[in-house]
Design a protein around this ligand. Structure first.
Ligand code: GLU
Length: 294
């Protein structure tokens, strides 16, 4: 029997919901509905400096106004430190993480030969023990030597040789904060997520997350990275770039704008969110075919 489908939407409350995050919420919700699955919502507020409770409330209110009701309790990352520590301890016992004493400057210097704008790669300085004179700061994950392969529904087959694109990456920062790659994997695993539908801007993080699943002895979920909505200047719409909060008094118009972004005609003559969503559920398999890698 195939595993029951569990999907999720995992916003960071660094601002209110905008059109781009509504697209991810809607896509993941529809995919869960069509597959008779559950749809979870997790508030990724682990970065306490950038996340604000008022944004959490605004996001949850906006989801509700657009008819996107989570199946079950909303998870809040800032309440889950013990679980993250347990996973880190498991990786420590398995010899997959190590303390690193490098400063940002050390890493910049090691990358000085790379072209401007290229990824910074951790050179592995502390992988086999802290060099004399260095004090432990962050905890890093040992990336595999071999390439990581995965297939995205929309982007097709992907290959990432992490030792060349990121090097060993941070799971716990020097200031004690958890890094996104640890918490996202621990929470998706703990909540039984089987299908991740999210924005294409996160596609480049996927191989790191798959490597973590493997290190934790778990099966990675399937991935669909949806096209990202761009601002008029071609930049990604995001809370950081001040993307406008959705006007929740006009959910149908917002849903139709997202629908057009998925390459569909806006739904005419539908003035109730429930009816709009019911039609969208019927059309979603065709939208997914339209988006699929060919
Ligand atoms: N919290 C992340 C964001 O808002 C999304 C994480 C994910 O979907 O994996 O960009």
């Amino acid at each position: 029997m195939p595993e029951p489908y569990v999907g999720r939407f995992a916003p960071s409350p660094t601002g209110p919901l905008h059109l781009g995050s509504l697209a991810t919420a809607l896509g993941s919700w529809l995919d869960a509905r069509v597959n008779k699955g559950r749809w979870l919502v997790r508030i990724e507020d682990i970065d306490t400096e950038r996340c604000k409770p008022e944004h959490t409330h605004a996001i949850l209110h906006a989801l509700q106004s657009h008819g996107l009701q989570p199946d079950g309790e909303v998870w809040i990352q800032s309440t889950r430190h013990a679980q993250y520590q347990r996973a880190l301890d498991q990786l420590l016992r398995a010899g997959r993480v190590y303390p690193c004493g490098c400063t940002r400057r050390d890493i910049d210097e090691a990358n000085a030969h790379r072209p401007f704008g290229a990824n910074r790669v951790y050179p592995g300085t502390c992988r086999h023990g802290l060099p004399p004179g260095k004090t432990p700061r962050a905890i890093r994950f040992c990336v595999p030597e071999e390439a990581t392969h995965w297939t995205d529904w929309r982007l097709g087959p992907q290959t990432d040789r992490l030792c060349e694109t990121s090097g060993d990456f941070v799971l716990k920062r020097g200031d004690g904060h958890w890094a996104y790659h640890l918490v996202v994997v621990v929470d998706d695993l703990a909540s039984g997520v089987t299908h991740i539908v999210r924005g294409e801007d996160l596609a480049e993080t996927t191989a790191r997350q798959i490597a973590m699943y493997k290190a934790l002895g778990a099966q990675p979920p399937s991935y669909v990275h949806l096209p990202v909505i761009l601002a008029e200047d071609g930049q990604k719409l995001s809370k950081q770039t001040g993307a406008q909060a959705l006007d929740c008094s006009n959910p149908i118009e917002n849903l139709n704008r997202v629908w057009m972004h998925f390459g569909q005609e806006p739904m005419k003559g539908v003035d109730d969110v429930k009816d709009w969503l019911a039609k969208a559920i019927q059309q979603w398999p065709a939208v997914m075919q339209h988006l699929a890698y060919k």
